[in-house]
Design a protein around this ligand. Sequence first.
Ligand SMILES: NC(=O)c1ccc[n+]([C@@H]2O[C@H](COP(=O)([O-])OP(=O)(O)OC[C@H]3O[C@@H](n4cnc5c(N)ncnc54)[C@H](O)[C@@H]3O)[C@@H](O)[C@H]2O)c1
Length: 95
Amino acid sequence: MGRLDDKVAIVTGGARGTGEAIVRRFAEEGAKVLIVDVLDDLGNAVSSELGASVEFVRGDVTSEADWETVPGGERAVGCTRRAREQRRHLAPVSR
Ligand SMILES: NC(=O)c1ccc[n+]([C@@H]2O[C@H](COP(=O)([O-])OP(=O)(O)OC[C@H]3O[C@@H](n4cnc5c(N)ncnc54)[C@H](O)[C@@H]3O)[C@@H](O)[C@H]2O)c1
């Protein structure tokens, strides 16, 4: 029995690198995983390799319109909007 049986995870940036490693580990532990990434080829390849429990949907995390196409993504739309509003109140970083 996996530690993530019956759980569903959305992994943004899951097509490669750290995100991909998270996708693989979560799938090993029994989660159903939805990869949201802008890299179609890599995202689809990871999904195909790992089987039916891992799906890929193309999405740019900064795009509210893209989040609306992600199953369960409607909650992220509000987060994206709030993050943008909070950024407006931050002082610019001087370099
Ligand atoms: N690799 C390291 O050693 C390391 C160390 C410390 C911190 N980090 C940070 O961890 C994060 C991931 O690192 P990584 O090496 O796995 O990077 P990576 O570039 O290999 O992977 C990032 C993934 O995020 C996706 N992505 C980027 N912008 C996106 C967007 N707007 N919408 C959807 N998907 C998007 C990319 O397509 C890619 O698949 C980065 O923020 C990096 O700065 C990495």
